[in-house]
Design a protein. Structure first.
Length: 143
């Protein structure tokens, strides 16, 4: 599988946890978003720049597999993989690892689509800016 990799370190905040002291399940999607924003900074694919070009990239699908709990104060590493596709979509895979225990605590996937910012219409082909972005990347095997 061809793609790109980035790594993001996060420290679990008190506000991320539920009444049991465990990271609330909905926050995993926030962690995915943090990783996507970091990926955009690293690979020059930032949301605001995309919007200025006239496009949005809304989430169409997400999934999370919870494997072990994360607690307040834990540090986690998120490995985010961008998966190259021929279709007009963006797919990321995520692996969240507790840095101290080295346990994988969650895995996930998100899919985004391209939408015109002015009409909010779904695009069936990749925008030119994105095709150009793809053409300059140093793709690697991320299997």
């Amino acid at each position: 599988m061809i793609g790109l990799l980035a790594h993001k370190i996060l420290e679990v905040r008190f506000s991320d946890t539920d009444a049991m002291g465990v990271v609330w399940h909905g926050n995993y999607l926030k962690y995915f978003e943090d990783a996507r924003e970091h990926f955009g900074e690293v690979f020059n694919l930032e949301y605001l720049e995309t919007h200025k070009k006239g496009f949005l990239m809304p989430i169409a699908k997400t999934s999370v597999k919870h494997l072990a709990p994360i607690y307040y104060g834990d540090k986690i590493e998120i490995v985010i993989k961008f998966i190259l596709h021929k279709a007009a979509k963006i797919e990321f895979e995520y692996v969240l690892k507790n840095i101290k225990s080295q346990k994988i605590v969650a895995k996930g996937v998100s899919t985004q689509v391209f939408v015109s910012a002015s009409t909010r219409g779904l695009l069936l082909s990749k925008p030119t800016f994105f095709q150009e972005w793809e053409s300059i990347q140093n793709w690697i095997d991320v299997s």
